[in-house]
Design a protein around this ligand. Structure first.
Ligand SMILES: [Cu+2]
Length: 115
């Protein structure tokens, strides 16, 4: 009896392992995984409240961003490139693109809107 149970246990392990490995290998290609930042960027609008070139951040009073479920708020964002901070000034109304990651979200593009 013990021999049979061991055999079943081994067969069970062998049957499950390949499926588990395949599922893990497929994860990066599953829809909804945001491994390609460009296609996942959210769009927002807001007003520039502060610019910090030493920390590479811009503080935005932004409108709600429905696509990622964010309410309107003021917060500091890292910018993808220091060059982005040169294109806007405090008080500007801006459109921006965002790579969403909670409080670590990064602004990937920003431009002043025409008044
Ligand atoms: Cu925010």
């Amino acid at each position: 009896m013990k021999k049979y149970m061991l055999a079943f246990a081994l067969i069970g392990t062998l049957a499950v392992a390949p499926g588990f490995a395949a599922a893990q290998a497929m994860d990066p290609d599953m829809p909804g995984m945001q491994h390609d930042a460009n296609t996942a960027d959210a769009q927002g609008t807001g007003i520039v409240k502060a610019i910090d070139t030493s920390k590479n951040t811009v503080t935005l009073q932004h409108q709600a961003i429905a696509s990622i479920g964010w309410p309107a708020m003021a917060m500091a964002f890292k910018v993808a490139s220091p060059e982005l901070l040169k294109t806007v000034k405090i008080g500007d109304k801006v459109q921006f693109s965002l790579r969403p990651a909670g409080m670590d979200s990064t602004v990937t593009a920003i431009k002043s809107m025409q008044p």
